[in-house]
Design a protein. Structure first.
Lengths: 548, 485
């Protein structure tokens, strides 16, 4: 018990608290002076060897996480807690005690005789004029005002405790940077809840045309959960969007455009496999012979009894032709089959067959003598047996992508590859279905890779890079945020009450044939004296006036 | 007109172009038209490409615009609408007494106030056709004879024709393109319609300061209120020193009156600056330090009225004027457009309360220093140590809640809104925390038995020293508070 008493006294000692406060301040200052959490090479480059050694020994490069700093903060928290516990009953008693003992006032340094004992009997009229709440307590008049000020210390201490707790809880929160390209979406990292997707409808840097200065960075976002829109709004600097316990904050922007990676995901119909991707029906007519063929990419079949063969080489859903050749980065839907036709002599003709514009399809080769000038292959159908939906993602490396309507999240990063050319590199994806185990995938440039989520198959393809306006947002979840806000409120009220509001008490009583007034406040005798003397003089003057 | 819109021959035919310009102007199609050395262009293009009218020693031949620069200015000046609403940015005007550089001026002010000062004898244009043209225009404008081109930057008349290069973002481009397309198509009516739209856009200037603001800035500059305030602070400090030496009450009172007068001038200057900028003087080191000086004097005057404590002036007033001296090391430009990060009411709450707190700490600092130098012998200029301690405590007790709420609470809430994290161990944050910790230690030490006296005085001094250190923490250590100077 003696030990406990000593610990209790130690924790509640003002001297100890002063010393600890100053030590914490000193260490904090060291942390401000020495850049924190830099790489060792930084310190070696900027400081003398002996200093670096000292930093390492004392942990000064991450001083706010050192055992001694955390220990001091813990001690401070414990001391505040102990002081609060110790002081609270007395403060509540003081607040509730509307009948204080006369003895306490008789000992006050602020005490004055204001008239003869007889004056006491007629003093009520005078007291009513003073801004105090009066009551008669055992033959004396007791008045007080602004009693709420007594809670200043407790409020301040509780506010600080809540801030400490808020700070501790913050450690259980999360904070991530996400980059969203204009018109595209990314998933929130799973730590913020499953199934969330953030889409950017607009990425704007608002510029004053007069001065060229940036007035605002604004991202118009919509929040989806499992494919349903749950929130929408603008995210601006100083104007976060909050939803679901987390907030989106505008932290960065490149409205002029930055390079993002493009991934295509095509949901296949039930039963289809990624090998079916591009399966198409063709109709043909050679001489008098006609027929239909269904071919998957890479497949070759005889064209009836004609001796001709049709090979389906590849499929481009968004065919476009450029000076550099053709690619799959064209209009939203312009399916094209790349085919070879082999005649009975073994001659091969290459063809591009357009579904939407069959009249522009062509087959290169020795067409005139290929088959008497009467040769048609029509691309009849695509998508029917294999395609259910398609989606593109433009994203920064390291992003989380919403997958399978929010049923899974794909964390995608650029895999190490050879050379700078994207074509020689691949994307690495880690797919985590809701409640499932993560699976790793690699997406080589241009190749379709089958990804299965809950029985549905997706043909995923890394399509290269594309430039788009990109918004950098910080997403943060802080479980201690309300502790912080309430702590701030209490701390603010506490310091105002403790230091700017004066709890004043007056006691008027008779003693040895004299009427006395005594006063006290929560500010000590020197601060109490001026206002006390003012009131004492006023009462005395009034007594004298009435006596006349 | 086609020639006017295209790059001309190597040898400019000024007269022909001038005729074209005049024609275009009379025609009303293009509104104000600017003339460059080898071509005529719509005014918007001229200004949008940021052509600075630079030329060394007033010689237009060295101008970026060539020898025809004057015509551009004068066409703008002579244009009725532009004359009413146009603005010039006055730069490098150090040779013009009473006129401050780097600010917007109206064309009217340019003509009536600046021209008589910066215009001298004719002939400095080097003669020739340009001089003749300019003289003619000058004559028509009814103003004087010479213009020093190195001091003016012509600015556009509307946000659409802003300082940016003509880019896709600039609506002026659309107007110009439409004019060109209409011209190419031979559709005169369409061309005139678009030209009228462009001209209309050029003269609407919501982004520019109002005439009232310009006038206010002009008078603030002309009367140099902040400088007068500074001079009065210096005078006040000197008077308090003299009082310290000779001890006459009248001298102390004169010092206090000088401080009050200086404070009034500084208040006028800061209020005027706030009106012009559209926000309180809470951005940048210059504004913050001047504001800190202002709050220090404010609290000194309050304590002076309350305690008649001239002794505080011996320390607070030198601190106040030294702060202004330090502030002069930083750029004093009025920032009318804050960066997005600073566009928040929390900025005002955070900075103003922190500044008020530090002003109060300055008074506590003065009282604490005086308490330490006060001998135990009675008499002298200083009151008793107890009284000094009382002033010191009151100042800290005033500053502490302001600092806690302003620097820490408001700062943390703002950081949470802007940076998503309310505490980041940023150097300036940390330095503010240190001030709070020292002030907290002071308040506890004061109530610890036997610690009142030298120890608390040292802590009170430390509070203000740490607060001043906090001021510069971002400059020394960088961090999130580094928004520039």
């Amino acid at each position: 018990l003696v030990i406990f008493k000593k610990i209790y006294d130690f924790l509640t000692s003002r001297r100890v608290s002063v010393i600890v406060l100053l030590i914490v301040g000193g260490i904090s200052l060291v942390g401000a002076a020495i850049p924190q959490k830099e790489l060792p090479a930084y310190y070696e480059a900027h400081y003398e060897a002996w200093a670096v050694k000292l930093f390492n020994i004392l942990g000064l490069t991450n001083v706010y996480r050192t055992w001694y700093f955390v220990g001091l903060l813990s001690f401070l928290l414990l001391a505040i807690l102990t002081c609060t516990i110790r002081r609270t009953p007395a403060i509540i008693r003081l607040f509730a005690n509307k009948k204080p003992s006369l003895a306490a006032f008789e000992r006050s340094e602020c005490r004055a005789a204001i008239g003869p004992a007889a004056a006491y009997d007629n003093i009520t009229g005078i007291l009513k004029r003073l801004p105090f709440t009066w009551r008669e307590v055992g033959g004396a008049w007791y008045g007080r005002r602004r009693a709420v000020a007594v809670f200043g210390e407790i409020l301040t201490h509780v506010g600080l405790i809540l801030l400490f707790v808020g700070g501790l809880l913050r450690g259980f929160g999360h904070r991530d940077e996400i980059h969203i390209f204009d018109g595209y979406g990314v998933a929130l990292p799973p730590a913020y809840g499953e199934g969330y997707e953030i889409r950017a409808d607009s990425v704007d840097e608002i510029v004053d045309a007069n001065t060229g200065k940036t007035l605002e960075y604004r991202t118009g976002v919509r929040v989806f959960r499992y494919g349903d829109e749950v929130a929408a709004g603008d995210v601006e600097v100083n104007g976060p969007l909050r939803y679901g316990g987390w907030g989106l904050y505008q932290s960065d922007m490149n409205a002029d455009g930055a390079r993002g990676l493009m991934l295509e995901s095509v949901e296949l119909k039930k039963g289809a496999t990624v090998e079916d991707y591009g399966r198409a029906k063709f109709s043909w007519k050679i001489g008098d012979g006609t027929g239909e063929l269904e071919l998957a990419p890479g497949e070759e079949k005889e064209m009836g009894e004609t001796g001709f063969r049709l090979r389906h080489l590849g499929y481009l859903e968004r065919f476009t032709s450029t000076e550099e050749g053709f690619s799959d980065g064209g209009p939203e839907y312009n399916p094209t089959a790349f085919v070879h036709v082999t005649n009975p002599r073994g001659d091969v003709a290459t063809g591009l067959l357009f579904k939407l514009h069959p009249e522009q399809s062509f087959i290169r080769g020795t067409v005139p003598d290929f088959v008497d000038g009467r040769f048609y292959v029509l691309y009849e159908e695509d998508g029917g047996p294999w395609r259910a939906g398609r989606r593109e993602y433009l994203f920064a490396s390291g992003s989380y992508l919403p997958f399978a309507g929010g049923r899974a999240v794909m964390h995608v990063a650029m895999a190490e590859g050879e050379g700078e050319d994207l074509r020689s590199r691949a994307l690495k994806g880690v797919l985590t279905p809701t409640g499932g185990d993560p699976r790793e995938f690699e997406f080589p440039f241009g190749e379709r890779v089958g990804v299965e989520v809950g029985g549905d198959v997706y043909a995923v393809r890394f399509m290269g890079a594309q430039v788009g306006a990109v918004s950098g947002l910080t997403v943060a979840r802080d479980p201690g945020l309300w502790f912080f806000y309430v702590g701030c409120l209490l701390l603010s009220l506490g310091v105002i009450a403790a230091l700017l509001i004066r709890f004043e008490e007056l006691m008027i009583y008779t003693h040895d044939g004299q009427t006395y007034v005594a006063g006290r406040s929560n500010k000590g005798a020197r601060v109490t004296r001026p206002w006390f003397e003012e009131y004492a003089a006023e009462i005395e003057k009034e007594i004298a006036k009435r006596a006349k | 007109l086609a020639a006017a819109l295209s790059v001309g021959a190597a040898e400019p035919d000024f007269a022909a172009r001038r005729a074209l310009v005049a024609e275009a102007r009379l025609d009303g199609a293009f509104g104000p038209v600017a003339v460059k050395a080898d071509r005529v262009m719509p005014w918007s293009t001229f200004v949008a490409n940021r052509y600075r009218l630079f030329c060394g020693n007033g010689d237009p031949s060295e101008s970026d615009l060539g020898t025809d620069a004057g015509v551009a200015i004068w066409l703008a000046i002579l244009d009725g609408e532009y004359r009413r609403t146009g603005r010039l940015l006055y730069v490098e005007g150090g040779n013009v007494p009473g006129v401050k550089s780097d600010r917007w001026i109206s064309l009217r002010e340019f003509e009536t106030d600046l021209m008589p000062v910066i215009i001298g004898s004719p002939g400095s244009f080097g003669g020739g056709e340009t001089e003749t043209a300019v003289k003619e225009l000058v004559s028509r404008a009814g103003v004087l004879h010479r213009l020093s081109w190195d001091e003016l930057l012509v600015v556009p008349g509307s946000p659409e024709a802003g300082w940016q290069p003509v880019t896709e973002r600039n609506p002026a481009r659309t107007h110009i393109e439409r004019i060109n397309q209409a011209y190419a198509a031979g559709d005169t009516a369409e061309m005139h319609r678009n030209a009228a739209s462009l001209a209309s856009a050029l003269v609407s200037q919501p982004g520019y300061p109002s005439a009232a603001k310009l006038g206010l800035e002009k008078y603030l500059d002309r009367f140099a209120v902040l400088k007068i305030g500074f001079a009065l602070y210096v005078l006040s400090a000197l008077l308090f020193f003299v009082w310290w030496a000779v001890g006459k009450r009248r001298i102390a009172d004169a010092g206090a009156w000088a401080a009050l007068a200086g404070f009034v001038f500084m208040t006028v200057g800061l209020v005027g600056r706030s009106i012009i900028a559209g926000h309180l003087p809470t951005t940048g080191m210059y504004e913050y330090i001047v504001l800190l000086s202002w709050t220090a004097v404010l609290f000194f005057l309050l304590f002076y009225v309350k305690t008649r404590g001239a002794f505080l002036g011996v320390i607070v007033m030198p601190v106040a004027f030294l702060l202004i001296v330090v502030s002069s090391l930083f750029p004093s430009d009025i920032e009318t457009q804050l960066i997005p990060a600073l566009q928040s009411w929390w900025l005002t709450i955070h900075v103003v309360l922190a500044c008020l707190a530090e002003g109060a700490f300055a008074v506590a600092f003065a009282a604490a220093v005086l308490r330490l130098v006060r001998s135990d012998k009675p008499g002298g200029r200083l009151p008793s140590k107890e009284r000094l301690e009382d002033i010191e405590y009151r100042a800290v007790a005033l500053g502490y809640p302001l600092f806690t709420i302003g620097a820490l609470v408001a700062g943390a809430i703002w950081a949470q809104k802007a940076w998503s994290v309310w505490w980041n161990w940023d150097p300036k944050e940390t330095a503010s925390l240190v001030v709070f910790l020292i002030a907290t230690a002071y308040l506890h030490a004061r109530r610890a038995r036997g610690w009142r006296g030298t120890r608390t005085a040292a802590l009170a001094i430390l509070i203000f020293v740490a607060a001043v250190f906090t001021l510069f923490a971002n400059l020394i250590f960088g961090g999130l508070h580094s928004y520039g100077l």
